[in-house]
Design a protein around this ligand. Structure first.
Ligand SMILES: [Zn+2]
Ligand SMILES: [Zn+2]
Length: 433
């Protein structure tokens, strides 16, 4: 690799934005720009206003070039769309700001930033920065591998078609990261959570990033597509349960504990597993420890190892109709047809008075069965009269690195390398720039 690459991050899509430029930014055909600014779409063009309300319009895109160390703030940006933590935040960013007009009179805000600066923010947004340095280093190496592998695939491969039209009564979807056209990654959990410059002290994260600069995970000489999610629930999941049908050797299911659990092969075994509370790295019994592990945004989610969600019949029918776009009529049965080794459902049959459909994969199942998203697709359903009770395990897709398990391992003294080798079997660590 020729050195540290720059990457583009899609922050949000909006029709209007206000912000502040700290330092002198440069805009082609406008010159220097500093202080408060706003931009909005009018008559099919992007209009930008500076503090003296001088205005300029651009047909397609505007690039605000930042000198090194300059920072810009975006005010009240919508984040977390569709998830339970959806809100508006103001954030500060380093690097360049690009505004691009998209269809429907909207614009996409893009932050162009050197990779290592981007990683500082990702690690700070994903987890609590007071965790042991070995955890922060492991997270940095993994996040670096993930994005470099994504950029390599983008350059090399054709786009993978992930949304097949419904066939034979099945809706099987997954969301590939190669799908972003205007930028490399988005700022949401779909890719990696990115909230600009971390708030508060982040010197320890800087230290973790600097100590591991350019270091990535390799498998047979290739940079690993290192996936991660919040908590596996005791057993991690295979790649193909969440994404396309291929086996990725370093993204195979493992037991997230010092010993191994027998694989879950039948519905009975999955149910027994989900209703039990086994010892595992991500099984955090002490709620005060959750505060040490998770960033503020995620702390409201305390029961993630095992969880429970209840609906009334009508409520669930309404959610299904709204989220899937299909009218099932009176809901009769919901049955898992196929599960991965962690208990996560890959194909789920939904039977109603008007329609029977099979839905997959794990994220689409989670999306259809909740107003936000179910924490995971590792669930079993009990019915009590008109109540539908979902008992579940884990938080996220469960493939690869278990963030909460890894944090717990680091608190028990495991090194960054030991943690990474536990979740990604057979990988090596190497510096590529
Ligand atoms: Zn994305
Ligand atoms: Zn775990």
């Amino acid at each position: 690799m020729k050195g540290e690459p720059k990457i583009t991050v899609g922050i949000t899509e909006t029709d209007e934005i206000k912000g502040i430029l700290e330092g002198e930014f440069y805009v082609e055909s406008l010159g220097p720009l500093t202080g408060p600014f706003s931009a909005r779409i009018e008559e099919g063009k992007i209009h930008i206003f500076d503090h003296s309300h001088k205005r300029l319009d651009f047909p397609q895109s505007i690039r605000l070039e930042s000198p090194r160390e300059a920072i810009f703030t975006l005010i009240s940006v919508p984040v977390g769309k569709g998830f339970h933590w959806e809100r508006r935040v103001s954030s500060r960013f380093q690097g360049n700001l690009i505004l691009m007009r998209t269809s429907g009179n909207r614009m996409t805000l893009i932050n162009e930033i050197p990779l290592e600066d981007y990683l500082t923010s990702v690690v700070a947004s994903e987890m609590n920065s007071s965790l042991p340095l070995e955890f922060l280093k492991a997270h940095a190496m993994m996040a670096r591998s993930w994005i470099l592998s994504l950029i390599e695939r983008k350059d090399r491969d054709q786009k993978i078609l992930s949304n097949k039209p419904p066939m034979n009564g099945e809706v099987i979807r997954w969301y590939s990261h190669e799908s972003h056209e205007l930028f490399d990654v988005c700022a949401e959990d779909h890719c990696q959570r990115y909230r600009g410059l971390p708030k508060g002290k982040f010197h320890r994260i800087r230290e973790a990033i600097e100590e591991t600069r350019g270091q990535v995970l390799l498998y047979q000489g290739e940079i690993c597509d290192a996936r991660y999610s919040k908590a596996c629930g005791g057993i991690t999941e295979n790649f193909e349960t969440a994404w396309e049908e291929r086996s990725v050797p370093y993204l195979r299911s493992i037991s997230d504990a010092p010993f191994s659990f027998p694989p879950l092969r039948t519905e009975e075994e999955a149910e027994r597993w989900i209703l039990s509370k086994p010892e595992a790295y991500c099984h955090i019994k002490d709620h005060s420890l959750v505060e040490r592990i998770l960033p503020e945004l995620d702390r409201q989610t305390k029961d993630f190892f095992r969880w429970k969600v209840e609906y009334d019949q009508e409520e669930l029918e309404e959610i299904l109709r709204e989220k899937s776009g299909y009218d099932f009529g009176r809901l009769k049965e919901i049955n898992p047809l196929e599960r991965g080794p962690s208990g996560r459902i890959k194909r789920l049959r939904i039977m109603g008075s008007k329609l029977n459909l099979v839905v997959g994969k794990e994220l689409e199942i989670r999306r259809w069965l909740s107003r936000s998203h179910l924490l995971s697709s590792a669930f079993t359903i009990k019915r009590e009269g008109p109540r539908w009770i979902f008992y579940g395990a884990g938080w996220g897709h469960g493939v690869g690195f278990c963030q909460i398990g890894a944090a717990a391992m680091s608190l028990r003294g495991f090194s960054a390398e030991m943690i990474l080798r536990h979740y990604f079997q057979g990988v090596e660590i190497k510096k590529v720039y």
